[in-house]
Design a protein around this ligand. Structure first.
Ligand SMILES: NC(=O)c1ccc[n+]([C@@H]2O[C@H](COP(=O)([O-])OP(=O)(O)OC[C@H]3O[C@@H](n4cnc5c(N)ncnc54)[C@H](OP(=O)(O)O)[C@@H]3O)[C@@H](O)[C@H]2O)c1
Length: 430
């Protein structure tokens, strides 16, 4: 038996403790698979006194994760602290500078600093692995980087945030409001106390930027992602969507268009028959289109202690077995820089919900604005009527340029008979 692979784990929260538990439970299996044991030698977190439900007495404790990354008796530093900067970044940089491999679950870190960290890993001749950073247990990093490497990927989209998918699914199943379902999700532990990164789309954007880099061989460009969240989606929109043959999902979509690299995160209406429409609850899924493989979709658990630890340990096993791939599939020097396509130039059909007072002439005014912006309507639905209250009117359009749609919505919002700014949801092509 060869020497053990020594691990230092920074961060002992949900994923850190989950990883320790998996390593302990699967010890025999992992030793067999790696041909050598995996041994945790050191750990670090903020509060040494906290009871984490696992025995840490055999490990060297460090108050400072960066110090551990540089000095612990370890071959691999496993960064499970989180956050794009601060201690997570410091510890990762310290580990790479000390010639240690790094395994991380930190999408924010990779989305914002991935290219520089990959360069540092290359210089040090070590691995920087991050399978757990995108879609938890789903081996999507390997799929994009290795499994599909014989293909030109033209487009990918995914449900990358379980919290949002849970909220949208529960709203649809129960007819309850966004706020109500969010509050329940927080009580059940499916949503953070501060849920803004999830529900405002930032978490999905981090993951999308990483996937786009792998799919298109480009430098990670988080700043190029157009980001919208799901706060404005109502239970009524979800009902209208179903009536029109769609389901609303928070999607991250990346494709290379004539305008450049388009990366966008926003609620989208997907056709009910599309496989991604039936990915429900906390599940994640990523669908890609490529020239030889065609359409592929991977679905599974995107978060939680077990699924995330599964991905973390998969990366550790690769290191133990000396399976090495450049961080983003090719060396950093060969990653391209693709200009980002402005969102205003996006073209597609749209769903628009107006809240209008039922006054004579209001439809004529709306129709005139759409005509002036060269938007052609596909359907109009108005069910309710009220002499006193604003009622919903739903429009769908044919293919329209985003800049025209937003110009029209700005003008419609100014009409006296329109109660609030219209809700716009992009419809995805099948
Ligand atoms: N939770 C998931 O389902 C999931 C899924 C995929 C990816 N991830 C990613 O995995 C990472 C960890 O997430 P998590 O949910 O496990 O977070 P968490 O439960 O909040 O745990 C974070 C851990 O980091 C420690 N920590 C915080 N600041 C520190 C510092 N300055 N120095 C040393 N340790 C510090 C905390 O210490 P104390 O315990 O002492 O406070 C805690 O143990 C994040 O990057 C997250 O995005 C999480």
């Amino acid at each position: 038996m060869t020497d053990p692979l020594k691990l230092a784990i920074a961060g002992l929260g949900t994923v850190g403790v989950g990883t320790l538990e998996l390593l302990a439970k699967q010890d025999g299996l992992l030793t067999e698979r790696c041909g050598r044991p995996l041994r945790v030698t050191a750990v670090s977190a903020r509060d040494r006194t906290r009871d984490r439900g696992v025995d840490l007495s055999a490990f060297q404790w460090f108050d400072d994760a960066a110090e551990m990354a540089a000095k612990a008796d370890a071959d691999v530093v496993v960064e499970l602290i989180g956050g794009s900067d601060g201690k997570a970044k410091e510890a990762t940089e310290a580990a790479l500078a000390a010639g240690r491999h790094v395994v991380t679950a930190n999408k924010a870190l990779i989305a914002l600093h991935g290219t520089a960290l990959a360069a540092a890993a290359e210089d040090a001749g070590v691995t920087l692995a991050y399978e757990a950073a995108v879609a938890g247990a789903i081996p999507i990093i390997r799929a994009m980087r290795e499994g599909l490497s014989g293909n030109r990927i033209s487009r990918l989209h995914g449900i990358l945030n379980g919290t949002c998918n849970y909220i949208l699914t529960t709203m649809r199943e129960t007819g309850r409001s966004f706020d109500d379902v969010l509050a329940e999700a927080q009580e059940l532990g499916f949503a953070e106390a501060d849920p803004s990164f999830d529900i405002d789309g930032v978490d999905t954007a981090h993951k999308l930027a990483i996937l786009a880099s792998l799919a298109f061989g480009s430098k990670v460009d988080f700043d190029g992602v157009h980001v919208e969240g799901i706060r404005h989606i109502t239970a009524e929109d979800i009902v209208h969507a179903e009536e029109l043959g769609y389901r609303i999902k928070l999607l991250g979509t990346a494709e290379v268009t004539d305008e450049g690299l388009q990366q966008r995160v926003h609620p989208a209406m997907v056709p009910l028959g599309a496989p991604i429409a039936s990915v429900e609850g906390v599940l994640n899924a990523v669908e890609s289109e490529s020239d030889f493989a065609g359409t592929t979709m991977l679905e599974g658990r995107g978060a939680g202690a077990g699924p995330t630890a599964s991905a973390v340990v998969g990366d550790i096993v690769d290191i133990a077995c000396e399976r090495r791939t450049p961080t983003f599939g090719v060396p950093v020097s060969r990653l391209s820089e693709i200009a980002s396509a402005p969102m205003e130039r996006h073209v597609g059909p749209y769903y628009v919900r107006l809240m209008v007072y039922d006054k004579p002439g209001v439809f004529a005014d709306v129709a005139a604005i759409l005509r002036d912006h060269e938007i052609s309507m596909e359907a109009v639905i108005q069910r309710a009527r009220s002499a006193t209250e604003a009622v919903p009117v739903v429009l769908t359009t044919h293919e329209t340029r985003e800049s025209s749609m937003m110009g029209a919505v700005d003008a419609i919002a100014l009409l006296d008979a329109v109660h609030e700014r219209p809700c716009v949801i992009r419809i995805e092509r099948p």
